[in-house]
Design a protein around this ligand. Structure first.
Ligand code: SF4
Length: 224
């Protein structure tokens, strides 16, 4: 029986992107080789923060837990979920009439069938072409004044026909330079830029579910 390493599961709502505000059951897988310096899911990979014991759970257990909540979405995230073969899990969730979303850095091939894919590319491990083509939306974490132009040079032309959410890196969410850059990009209208935010953090909704682990953020304590 196939098992997947699970960091946490919890019922909340999607706080980001085109599906913001929809109820969502999150399945956060363990493991990530991308190693962002501001990672807000450090418990999934950082040697100083990983839990003593990682649960390995069957697909049947995960589907039963997800369906019990009757969420609008099931969101498979990480860590970097695409280091795992997710095809058995996505097939089982979709057979149970669940709408299944993926959140990935795009650096690894997608193994599974998803109703929606959010790619959040990272400079430390760049996205592969197949993931760029499969993405329904992009999410750029804006952590410096070069963050947007860097991606425009790298793969910007391929982003043109899909929304590109610009999120201030959480520890810089009040930084006027970062916010000013996002404001300018959206108003300039060069690509399908949209101003993004992690709205669930303001509501502290993840914390309402006791299954949700307190998040260790590498730059500051935050949640999710
Ligand atoms: S932010 Fe995401 S991609 Fe980056 S290290 Fe953390 S889990 Fe991995």
């Amino acid at each position: 029986m196939k098992r997947l390493p699970i960091y946490e599961t919890f019922f909340s709502w999607q706080g980001e992107g085109c599906h913001m505000g929809k109820s969502a059951f999150f399945i956060r897988l363990f493991g990530c080789p991308v190693h962002c310096p501001w990672c807000d899911s450090a418990g999934t990979w950082h040697p100083g923060h990983i839990p003593e014991r990682i649960e390995k759970r069957t697909i049947e257990e995960l589907v039963a837990e997800a369906t019990e909540q009757k969420p609008q979405l099931v969101i498979i995230t990480g860590g970097e979920p695409c280091i795992h073969d997710l095809s058995g899990l996505t097939d089982a969730l979709q057979n149970a009439d669940m709408t299944v979303h993926l959140e990935t850095s795009g650096a690894f091939p997608v193994q599974g069938t998803f109703d929606w894919i959010t790619v959040s590319p990272k400079v430390w491990k760049k996205p592969i072409q197949s993931c760029i083509e499969q993405a329904d939306e992009f999410k750029l974490i804006v952590d410096s004044s070069e963050a947007v132009s860097l991606w425009e040079q790298e793969i910007g032309k391929q982003f043109i026909d899909r929304p590109i959410w610009l999120h201030p890196e959480w520890s810089k969410r009040a930084d006027p330079k970062i916010l000013g850059l996002i404001n300018a990009c959206v108003k300039e209208g060069k690509h399908l830029y949209r101003a993004g935010y992690q709205l669930h953090k303001l509501y502290r909704v993840d914390e309402e579910d006791v299954r949700s682990k307190p998040t260790v953020n590498l730059t500051e304590n935050a949640h999710r």
